[in-house]
Design a protein around this ligand. Structure first.
Ligand SMILES: Nc1ncnc2c1ncn2[C@@H]1O[C@H](COP(=O)(O)OP(=O)(O)O)[C@@H](O)[C@H]1O
Ligand SMILES: [Mg+2]
Length: 471
C-alpha cells in the first residue's frame, strides 16, 4: 500500500521480482524506480505532487521474455490495481473511439475489488461473529418475546438439566440451549451438520439494455443497469449446506454488509488514480512503420491519438466516479520487430520516456526458469502430483536437457520464449499425468532423468514438421 511506512525500496522491489523472473535486470530496475517514485510523489509537498508525472515505461522485447510477468508481479508487490489491454484490439473492426477509455473503467473495477477485499479482511472478526449468530439461528431459532411457547427447539438437548435448575420459561430454556450449541459450534463439533440458509442470488443479466440504440456510452449504461439491478428486490434462495460450507458463504455476505460501499468507491478511485498500473501490450502493432505507409495505418495512428489523452491525463467517467488518469502508471510493451519505437507518434513517444530492452532468453535462463522461480513449472507439477501422494523429482541433467530442447525448438520452429517451456514440459509429463493414480499409485516416486527426457522428446525435435504441431 502506498501509505505504508514499510513501502519497499527499489532494491527490495527488484529482490521481490527476482523471486519470479529470471534475468531482465534493466527492466526490473526501471519498474522498481517507477514504483518507488509513486511513493515519493505522495510524500512530496502538495503543490509539487500535482506536477510530478509518472515515468511511464516502454518495454521492448520479443514474446515470452517476461514483459507481462514483470508488470503483473510489480502490481502484486505494490498491492496496486492492475489491468492489461492489447493496443491492437482497438484497431479491430467495429471499434469506436471512446472504447480506449474502457481500460480505465477496468482499472476502477480492479481497484474496487481490491479495496472491498481489504475492508472485508478488516471486518472479518466482526463478520465471523454475525455468521455464528446466523448459524445458531438456523440451528435453534430464538424465541421472540413471550407467548411463543409453541416454538420448540428442533433438537433435543443433552438432558443434563438438573431438577433444581429447571428452566423458568421456554425463553430461558431456548437461550440456554442456544448457548450450549454456541459452545459446540465454537469447538467445531457441528461442522458436518446441515442447515438451511438463505443465499442471495445475483439478479444478473435479467435486464438487458441496448446501449447503441439509446445512444448511451458504456459507463452510463453500466450505471443504469446497476441502478435498475439495485431497485429490483433481492432474490434469495434456500440452500441446504453443512455448517462448514455455511460459514464460508455467510462470511462473505456478512462482511459485505459491514462495509460502506460509498467509502469503498471513494477509496478505490483514489487508489486507481495514485497507484493504478495499466499495461498496454502490443503497442508496436499500432505503430506505423515507414515501409507500410497508407491503408491500415490511418486506424493505427488513430488508436495512438485516442490513447494519447488517457496517457497524458484526462478525466474518465466510470460507474464508481470520475478517474483522473494523470498519475496512473502506464507500461507499454511490444516486440518492435517490424516497427520501431520511433514510429510511434511523437506525443506518445514523449509519454513513455523510459525505454527498457528485455533480453532474449538463453538456454541457461531456461534452465533457471524451470528450477528457480517460486512458481517454477517443476514446482507446479511436483505440487500437482503431491496431491496424489506421488513424489516427482527432476534431475539437474534432465532440466538442462529440457532447457536445451526448448531452446532448439524455439530457434528452429518459432521463438515463443519461455512459453515453450510449458509445451515441452506438458509433453514430457503427459503420460505420467494420465497414469496417476490408475497405473501409478500413491507413494510412488518418479524421477525425471535425462534419459527420460530424451526418450520422450528428442525424437520430436528432429522431426521439425511434427514438432511444429506437437511442441
Ligand atoms: N525471464 C523470465 N523468468 C521467468 N519466467 C518467465 C520469464 N520470461 C517469461 N517467463 C514465463 O513465460 C511465460 C510468458 O511470459 P510473459 O511475461 O507473458 O511474456 P511476454 O514477454 O510475451 O509478455 C510466463 O509463464 C512467464 O512466467
Ligand atoms: Mg505478453
Amino acid at each position: 500500500m502506498l501509505d505504508s511506512a514499510t513501502f519497499l525500496t527499489p532494491a527490495q522491489i527488484v529482490a521481490e521480482l527476482d523471486k519470479y523472473i529470471i534475468g531482465q535486470h534493466d527492466a526490473k530496475r526501471n519498474v522498481a524506480i517507477a514504483l518507488r517514485n509513486r511513493w515519493r510523489r505522495l510524500h512530496a509537498p502538495q503543490d509539487m505532487q500535482r506536477e510530478i508525472v509518472p515515468n511511464n515505461i516502454l518495454m521492448i522485447g520479443s514474446t515470452g521474455v517476461g514483459k507481462t510477468e514483470i508488470a503483473r508481479r510489480l502490481a502484486a508487490i505494490a498491492d496496486a490495481p492492475f489491468t492489461k489491454v492489447e493496443a491492437s484490439k482497438f484497431t479491430e473492426v467495429g471499434y469506436v473511439g471512446r472504447d480506449v477509455e474502457s481500460m480505465v473503467r477496468d482499472l476502477a473495477e480492479q481497484a474496487v475489488n481490491l479495496v472491498k477485499q481489504r475492508r472485508k479482511e478488516a471486518v472479518k472478526t466482526q463478520a465471523a461473529q454475525a455468521v455464528e449468530d446466523a448459524i445458531l439461528d438456523a440451528l435453534i431459532p430464538p424465541i421472540q418475546g413471550s407467548g411463543s411457547s409453541v416454538v420448540k427447539p428442533a433438537f433435543g438437548f443433552g438432558g443434563t438439566t438438573g431438577p433444581d435448575e429447571m428452566p423458568s420459561s421456554d425463553v430461558e430454556l431456548n437461550e440456554r440451549t442456544r448457548e450450549r450449541f454456541r459452545e459446540k459450534l465454537r469447538r467445531g463439533e457441528l461442522e458436518e451438520r446441515t442447515i438451511d440458509i438463505k443465499v442471495q442470488q445475483n439478479s444478473g443479466p435479467g435486464i438487458g439494455l441496448m446501449g447503441g440504440q439509446a445512444g448511451l456510452d458504456e459507463a452510463s449504461l453500466q450505471g443504469l443497469q446497476d441502478m435498475l439491478g439495485s431497485m429490483m428486490p433481492k432474490k434469495t434462495r434456500k440452500r441446504k449446506v453443512t455448517i462448514a460450507e455455511a460459514r464460508k458463504i455467510l462470511l462473505d455476505e456478512e462482511a459485505a454488509k459491514l462495509i460502506d460501499m460509498d467509502e469503498v468507491k471513494d477509496e478505490a478511485i483514489r487508489l486507481a488514480e495514485n497507484a493504478g498500473i495499466i499495461f498496454i501490450d502490443e503497442i508496436d502493432k499500432v505503430a506505423s512503420s515507414n515501409a507500410s505507409k497508407g491503408g491500415p495505418d490511418v486506424s493505427r495512428e488513430g488508436v495512438q491519438r485516442d490513447l494519447l489523452p488517457i496517457v497524458e491525463g484526462s478525466a474518465v467517467t466510470t460507474k464508481y466516479g470520475v478517474v483522473h488518469t494523470d498519475h496512473i502508471l502506464f507500461i507499454a510493451a511490444g516486440a518492435f520487430h517490424v516497427s520501431k519505437p520511433s514510429d510511434l507518434i511523437p506525443e506518445l513517444q514523449g509519454r513513455f520516456p523510459i525505454r527498457v530492452e528485455l533480453q532474449s532468453l538463453t538456454k541457461e535462463d531456461f534452465y533457471r526458469i524451470l528450477k528457480d522461480p517460486k512458481n517454477a513449472l517443476t514446482k507446479q507439477y511436483e505440487a500437482l502430483l503431491q496431491a496424489e501422494d506421488v513424489e516427482l523429482t527432476f534431475d539437474d541433467a534432465a532440466l538442462e536437457q529440457l532447457a536445451s530442447i526448448a531452446f532448439e525448438v524455439n530457434s528452429e520452429v518459432e521463438n515463443i520464449g519461455a512459453r515453450r517451456l510449458h509445451t515441452v514440459m506438458s509433453r514430457l509429463l503427459n503420460d505420467i499425468l494420465f497414469d496417476v493414480p490408475d497405473r501409478i499409485g500413491a507413494n510412488a516416486r518418479i524421477q525425471v532423468t535425462r534419459e527420460l527426457v530424451e526418450e520422450r522428446l528428442q525424437g520430436m525435435v528432429r522431426n521439425r514438421d511434427l514438432s511444429q504441431y506437437i511442441l
